[in-house]
Design a protein around this ligand. Structure first.
Ligand code: CUA
Length: 381
């Protein structure tokens, strides 16, 4: 009778732990990576796969150890549990053979994990040859992307060509940040006055989120960005289009820009949503009354003190993001607000309410002025 009571009590004592396990299993089942695009567990590049493979190897070794150790523990608990009339168990301190075995086995497991880890460290620190360079500059709280070979600049939405290695050269305009495009590569610290590097070759096309991963001030959590991976032909078309968004060289014959926009238009059929709209605007910018009013406001409200509307040969060192293609971006306010007309107007009117502490002040823009500015910026694609 006493035994049964003790067993029942033990079972009742284990119930909370079983409950916790059940809740944990349920919670883990909800962690399907497909529903959380900002995951490092679904790698989409060669670089990301190196890290993911190391994590897989480590995980399976840990899983094996867990099953063996916990299995032995649970087996022993039930098989050798104490009964009320049991004598004192025999004491077995210091078994040299067992101690050697359980020192050697973990050492061998660690060595097995160390080999792919060290190999991965060397591989990821070696940029493959013939990579395309992109400069990434962290700002409080947005990201600048410069393509030095093409001489074009954009912000918060990084275009990359699928199937081509990009080398990212990272620096900061102010404080320490961390650049993290989880589907493509690991985190890389971003320092003022020092360059760090990352590289990757994207497998897929699409729009993928990234995030600043180092606390950098009040809006650190909203210092996000997106990587837009497109086919090489769409990428080339995008670069050509970007080159037209800036002052033209004086000596260029008049026929040349038309050729450029034709080239862009021919790629339009397969271009991503942003690119497809871009050439319409380049060919015939909407000149409605709102656009004209917005243009005037943009020039007089002080916007140009911090923002550039040139993608080509854009000035360096500006405080605010480049807006040459802001109308075509999927997000505004550094990757966290969908680029809808409503959000764009609100962002222009009350930046301090939308993203407190952001360097753009509330400029006393009225609702009508915000509409006009939105129309003007929307046309910049
Ligand atoms: Cu930049 Cu956190």
């Amino acid at each position: 009778m006493r035994l049964r009571t003790a067993a029942a009590r033990r079972f009742a004592g284990a119930l909370p732990s079983l409950g916790v396990l059940a809740v944990l299993a349920l919670a883990l089942a909800g962690c399907s990576p497909e529903r959380y695009p900002q995951t490092a567990l679904l790698p989409l590049s060669d670089f990301a796969r190196i890290g993911d493979d190391v994590q897989d190897v480590t995980f399976y070794w840990a899983l094996g150890v867990f099953i063996l150790v916990e299995g032995a523990l649970v087996y022993s608990i039930f098989r050798f549990r104490g009964r009320p009339d049991d004598p004192e168990p025999s004491q077995i301190h210091g078994n040299t053979t067992i101690e050697i075995i359980w020192t050697l086995i973990p050492a061998l497991i660690l060595a097995a994990i160390a080999v792919p880890t060290v190999k991965g460290i060397f591989e990821t620190n070696q940029t493959p040859p013939n990579s395309m360079k992109i400069e990434v500059i962290g700002h409080q709280w947005w990201w600048e992307f410069r393509y030095p070979d093409a001489g074009v600049t954009t912000a918060n939405e990084m275009f990359i060509p699928q199937g081509k290695t990009v080398e990212v050269i990272i620096s900061s305009a102010d404080v320490v940040h961390s650049f993290w495009p989880p589907r493509f590569a690991g985190k890389r610290d971003v320092f003022p006055g020092r360059e760090t590097r990352l590289w990757w070759k994207a497998d897929s096309t699409g729009l993928f989120p990234g995030q600043c991963a180092e606390y950098c001030g009040i809006q650190h959590a909203r210092m996000a960005f997106h990587v837009r991976s497109v086919s090489t032909s769409d990428f080339d078309a995008w670069i050509e289009h970007m080159k037209t968004l800036g002052p033209k060289p004086a000596a260029k014959p008049a026929a040349a820009p038309a050729g450029d926009s034709l080239k862009t238009a021919s790629a339009g059929a397969t271009a991503p949503p942003g690119t497809a709209q871009q050439k319409d605007t380049a060919a015939a910018p909407p000149q409605g009354p709102e656009y004209a009013a917005g243009e005037k406001l943009f020039m007089t409200k002080g916007c140009l003190g911090c923002h550039s509307l040139q993608a080509a040969n854009a000035p360096k060192g500006l405080i605010g993001p480049n807006l040459a293609t802001v109308g075509a971006r999927s997000y505004i306010a550094a990757g966290w607000l969908a680029n809808t007309d409503e959000n764009l107007e609100r962002w222009i009117r009350e930046p301090q309410a939308v993203k407190k502490g952001v360097l753009m002040p509330n400029l006393g823009v009225t609702a009508d002025e915000a509409k006009a500015l939105r129309a003007y910026l929307r046309a910049h694609k």
